[in-house]
Structures are given as structure tokens and as C-alpha cells.
Write a protein that binds this ligand. Structure first.
Ligand code: SF4
Length: 240
């Protein structure tokens, strides 16, 4: 993996636009650059922003088998509207088999469920790339406040976060400007949308952190891709 002066790069991108960062990533890493999406509440903005600059970028989506039907409909709509080069990733064990073997693991041990159904297929796909664009933002959750524009991801590849300083208002203004569709569940109070079990995603109340509805009451706000993850059944997938 090529070495970068991350401190210098992040200092430079502090005063540049999200588009500048995406352009840099496209020049630096193409064709070994991918982006990820969850087709969640705010995903349309990053998808539009990136594909305006790099239309053919592979768009990685992990279909855990537990998504809301509304998320899959949102996926289909955005793929068509933005002509996305979608690369859909699936867990090794098909959902029905997984449920038969593990029951409601997402209630008993969501870290283990995420590790098997989300992180394992995603990390396997990341091996094909040198850099990865994500949509994480500082004000989504405390776990994301220290993220940088450009980061070393577990000594495997470079992670690029062009929306770090965006607020929800900026996202919605952008979506309105470009007539981008919003997730159908957003109107029902789902500000951060993951898998459909109630223990994994619930609507957010007024004044709550946007990710407060994810794994509520489980002392977990991340699937583990953007943070440290430890499960009962596996060793930690990364250092803190
Ligand atoms: S969000 Fe829930 S159902 Fe989806 S992989 Fe994680 S624990 Fe499993």
C-alpha cells in the first residue's frame, strides 16, 4: 500500500470542496477506486456527487438479506436514475439458512450478525480496490467526530470521506436542487436506516442523535466498518 502524508493531505482538503476531494481520489486511484452506499436516508447525495465526477465508479452495496423492502425499492430507483455501476455484495450464508442456523442473532449478538452479514462480504470486496469513498459525516454520531477526509483504513486501503463537514440541511438542499429521491421511510422518522429488524433500526425522536435509532439499547451505533468491532464469535476485525 502506497504511503501518504495524511496530515498534510487533510490540511489541504480542509479548505477545498467535496468535489475537489472526489476529483483527487479519481485521479489518484482510478481504476482501483470504489464507493459504498447503504441506500439509506441520505445516500442519494453522495451517489450523485461522486457519479457527476466519476460516472463508472463501482458502487458497493452489501445486501445483508435483512433490508427493508423500501430500501431495495430506493436502490432500484437510484440505480436507474443515476445509471449506477452497482456491485451488490452478499453474505456467504444465504439469509434463510442463516436464520435456520442462528435464529434471531441480530437480537442476541448484533455485532456477530453484522460481522457475518455486512462486514465479511464488504471487506472481501474491498480487496479489489486501493481506495474507497464513504458518506460518513462528523455530526452523524460521536463515533464519527474524529474522522478525517483521507484516512489509512486498517493498512489495507485509503478511505476518502468527502461529506465530513456536511450538515443534514446541506444534504437536503443539495437533494432538492438536483431533484434526488429520498428514502420512503425518512418521512416516518427513520433518519438512519439499516436492516429491518426492530432491534436494528427504529425511528428517531425529536432531538435524538440521527443514529440513535440504530441498535437502540444495545450499546452499539456502528456496524463495525467505520469503527472497532468485537463479537462473541470472532476476534476483533480491526484495532481501535
Ligand atoms: S444491522 Fe441487524 S440484521 Fe443487519 S447485519 Fe447488523 S445485526 Fe444483522
Amino acid at each position: 500500500m502506497k504511503t501518504y502524508d495524511y496530515e498534510k493531505l487533510n490540511g489541504e482538503f480542509e479548505s477545498k470542496s467535496s468535489e475537489d476531494l472526489i476529483r483527487w481520489a479519481a485521479q489518484e486511484f482510478n481504476p482501483d477506486l470504489a464507493m459504498s452506499t447503504s441506500f439509506g436516508a441520505e445516500s442519494a447525495v453522495l451517489l450523485h456527487l461522486v457519479t457527476q465526477i466519476h460516472p463508472a465508479i463501482p458502487v458497493l452495496f452489501t445486501n445483508t438479506g435483512f433490508h427493508f423492502k423500501e430500501t431495495l425499492a430506493h436502490r432500484d430507483r437510484l440505480v436507474k436514475q443515476l445509471n449506477l455501476n452497482l456491485r451488490e455484495l452478499k453474505p456467504e450464508i444465504p439469509t434463510e439458512e442463516f436464520l435456520a442456523k442462528n435464529g434471531k442473532l441480530y437480537e442476541r449478538d448484533p455485532d456477530s450478525c453484522c460481522a457475518q452479514n455486512k462486514i465479511a462480504p464488504f471487506e472481501k470486496a474491498l480487496k479489489d480496490y486501493k481506495a474507497w469513498i464513504t458518506g460518513i459525516r462528523h455530526n452523524q454520531a460521536v463515533t464519527r467526530r474524529t474522522a478525517q477526509f483521507v484516512e489509512n483504513y486498517r493498512d489495507k486501503l485509503v478511505k476518502v470521506n468527502p461529506l465530513l463537514n456536511w450538515t443534514s440541511k446541506m444534504l437536503w438542499d443539495y437533494a432538492k436542487k438536483y431533484n434526488l429521491p429520498y428514502h420512503p421511510l425518512w418521512e416516518k422518522g427513520y433518519l438512519s436506516i439499516g436492516c429491518s429488524p426492530e432491534s436494528c433500526t427504529r425511528p428517531v425522536q425529536l432531538g435524538e442523535d440521527p443514529r440513535a435509532g440504530r441498535w437502540a439499547g444495545k450499546n452499539k451505533v456502528e456496524c463495525g466498518l467505520h469503527t472497532f468491532l468485537k463479537t462473541e464469535e470472532q476476534e476483533p476485525v480491526a484495532k481501535p
